[in-house]
Design a protein around this ligand. Structure first.
Ligand code: CP
Length: 305
């Protein structure tokens, strides 16, 4: 069974079987990154274009490495040095790139829905690498891969997601993915950072982080998105760190073998204390490493498997 879709735009439209297939396929590519020659010919002759309208360290590099390890040709398109600065639209830009035989376009964009708009306008496969506050599906997939690697299963685990749920595409994609795979999800945040629709997604809401952490298997911290926040959401960064920052003392409330995750980049000393980020419980760099395998698996499946 393949992944019967042209694009990956969100987790909301994936089934549990789709997620399982992507994780299993990623598993089969994981060992490639450990080889001396880190290459397989699975996408030889294909072209992948990275189209990033927002800054990125992990996602852009990870897609580039994943495509190169599958032997695809990779173009890193920089909007700031392109004709976009002369007013060319996203769709016209993408159609021009597509006419040069791009097979996969990886898009990061500040507007929610940009990836879907693009996918409707081009024949190439489109992968959403984060669209505004909407979704970041490959981040959730690599998070699930990392949890499964450590805990062997996802069903029945208690995962606590902490931070700015309202502005976080990572939180939204993870809530969809984790609940579809049978995990219990708690979210902990100040009331101003909890969106109104959250009770429809089958998660429990906590305003008290200490209570939310009781018996947790996984604690997923979110970056405080200072670039998207107005002053209205927080009394102060210091107050936020005091109430919602993850410290070693707080981690004692979770299970002794609980994992600490963070999508990066870290605001050390704000949402996560340095001693927690650098502790044995943290799997933050595993998440980054697994991102390559997950993106290899996904691009392979979207190209026909
Ligand atoms: N996790 C993540 O999306 O990181 P980047 O913004 O560095 O890509």
């Amino acid at each position: 069974m393949g992944l019967k879709r042209k694009d990956l735009l969100d987790v909301a439209s994936l089934s549990a079987e789709d997620i399982h297939l992507i994780l299993e396929t990623a598993d089969s590519f994981k060992e490639v990154s450990g080889r001396e020659i880190k290459k397989v010919p699975a996408l030889r002759g294909k072209t992948v274009v990275n189209l990033f309208f927002e800054p990125s360290t992990r996602t852009r590099t990870s897609f580039e490495l994943a495509a190169k390890r599958l032997s695809a040709d990779v173009i890193n398109f920089s909007p700031s040095t392109s004709s976009i600065v002369k007013g060319e639209t996203l769709l016209d830009t993408a159609r021009n790139i597509e006419s040069m035989q791009a097979d996969i376009i990886v898009l990061r964009h500040p507007s929610p829905g940009a990836a879907e708009t693009l996918a409707r306008g081009v024949r190439s496969s489109v992968i959403n690498a984060g669209d505004g506050c909407h979704e970041h599906p490959t981040q959730a997939l690599l998070d699930l891969f990392t949890i499964r690697q450590r805990k062997a299963h996802l069903a029945g685990l208690c995962v606590v997601i902490v931070g700015d749920i309202a502005h976080s595409r990572v939180a939204r994609s993870n809530i969809y993915a984790l609940t579809k795979m049978g995990a219990t999800v708690r979210v902990a945040a100040p009331p101003t950072m909890i969106p109104l629709y959250l009770d429809r997604l089958g998660v429990s809401v906590f305003f008290d982080l200490d209570r939310a952490l009781e018996g947790a298997d996984v604690v997923m911290m979110l970056r405080l998105q200072l670039e998207r926040l107005g002053q209205a959401y927080l009394p102060s960064i210091r107050e936020y760190a005091r109430l919602y920052g993850l410290t070693a003392e707080r981690m004692k409330r979770a299970k002794p073998d609980a994992l600490v995750m963070h999508p990066g980049p870290l605001n050390r000393g704000v949402e996560i204390a340095p001693e927690v980020a650098d502790s044995g419980a943290a799997v933050i760099l595993d998440q980054v490493a697994n991102g390559v395998a997950v993106r290899m698996g996904l691009m392979y499946l979207l190209s026909g498997g």
